[in-house]
Design a protein. Sequence first.
Length: 621
Amino acid sequence: MKGKYQKMDRRSLLASGAVLGGASLLAPLLPVWAQSGTSGSGPDMPTLTGDNIQLIVGRSPFTVGGRTGHAVTVNGTLPSPLIRLREGDNFRVAVTNTLEDEDASIHWHGVLLPFQMDGVPGISFPGIRPGETFVYEFPILHAGTFWYHSHSGFHEALGQYGPLIFDPAGTDPVTYDREHVIVLSDWSYIHPHVLFDKLKKAEGYFNFQKLTAAGLFGEDDHGQRMPLDERLMWQRMRMDPTDIADVTGSVYSYLVNGHGPGENWTGLFQPGERVRLRFINASAMTVFNVRIPGLPMTVVQADGNNVRPVAVDEFMISVAETYDVIVQPVEDRAYTLVAESSDRSGMGRGTLAPRMDMMADVPPLRSRPLLGMDDMGMAGMNHGATALDIPAGTDRATLPAIDHSTMDHSLTDRGTMPGMEEPAGADTDSMDMASMNMRDKSRAPPDMDVGPGVDMIAMNPQDSAGKPGLGLEDVGHKVLVYTDLVALSRNPDPRPPSRSLEIHLTGNMERFMWSFDGRKFSSLVEPIRFARNERVRVTLVNDTMMQHPIHLHGHFFEVVTGNPGFHPMKHTVNVLPGTRISFDLTADAPGDWAFHCHLNFHMHAGMFNVVTVRPLDGQVE
Ligand SMILES: [Cu+2]
């Protein structure tokens, strides 16, 4: 079961043809499953399978929108090949790194495996050096839709991600006539290093929708929607209510199976068929809102685990999540598959149609959501008679005026801002009270490091399991929420949690610092320790105004949705701004595991830690 390193001659490997994964050298650099016009990934489609799969990580050109850039790919394609195996089979995949000067890796996202096979350099194995091959090998214990991606440098953001399907050993409770894999992602011609550096220098750098000076004075629609006092508050906090995503459609092309919106990836169906769509959000930084206008979707699986079928018109898929849905189009017509970025700065687009020459209308981007008091963790906060929990659609002009003299900047280095003084304590105007309180470090839990890396502490974070995502509160149709997800079979561990643990998601937006409990990841940071088979309720508190998809390797946890015994089992949970969410974990996988925000740049900035589960096999407690 142990992985091993092998030396392999690259030329003979390439010549063997074993590595092509269904892609021909003459075809576009897309695997067969991802090509437009595909009839779906059924049993006769060439995929990588069997007990001797060979993958080659390398550099390849990638073209979208008529431009060509440099991608990091597996077997030459973006997305990577579809790997399809069966529960109970042996997983044996040899990965060769042909990059000239960089280590490579593959992490099998959502897969239960021995930690040495998890593929995170520095945590679970040393990484794969140039010219080296690492053989991943373990038994496949479960079925579902998963994916795989690099955990090295910015290789994932540069295109190294692909789908991984484990078919059930027995009968699949989900019946379908046809299936398509839908990998959503984001691609930029600007190197991720450059994007990251620009964000470090100026958070909001790519937010060209922000409230500009013109907007502040009411010359655009949002300027008019928000009264001056509230706009001034945002400005004074040096934050922006349009700051939904760090990197936006201004620099990203949103991809559906490697196709830009203009290339219109098309998947075929026959009217009347039950079509299974396996959605995977393989983006570096983009949360998507997915809908197929005119076609209801039935969610049947989340993060690789079956759920009771639930009918929706739209769902949010955060980075690294997967959702399987069934659609049953009965008409002989095309449907547009819309994957809007959550900040509404752009759209991934594809088509489902009976024939290749058909397409449907593409709806315009909906108006961008604005952050509100809830997203600062101040839902339902009352100061005297003034409720700060402003229901959508309320006339915000009724809010009281703001006195500039009262704002606490003790948490931040904003003391040099002109016109700002220490709070006098006399004026208790509600908004100033709010902005003071969200920076009141005395509210921090005792084990949090409250340095410059923390610019906000949620005062009254609400549980977000029942909340639709940002901008989906009143779209006028059914949007999936976590509380809709009910596990199809009873959760395996009936024990109640024996302890609880609170982890704060922390940041300084302006300086693009991201961390857990105020501590940016380094080898000096104490890991999060679980005793083997311990059952723990973990509560994630989001002390930031961004959403974070938090991913734990090597385990499924049960998102606490108020349906004990049938909580949805997930590997990634999205935590909305200023809210909290809990999961119950049985720490049954011994080893060292990565635990991190799956927004690639947040992880790189330090929102990452190691989870240790002890004792290991053969170790005495
Ligand atoms: Cu994050």
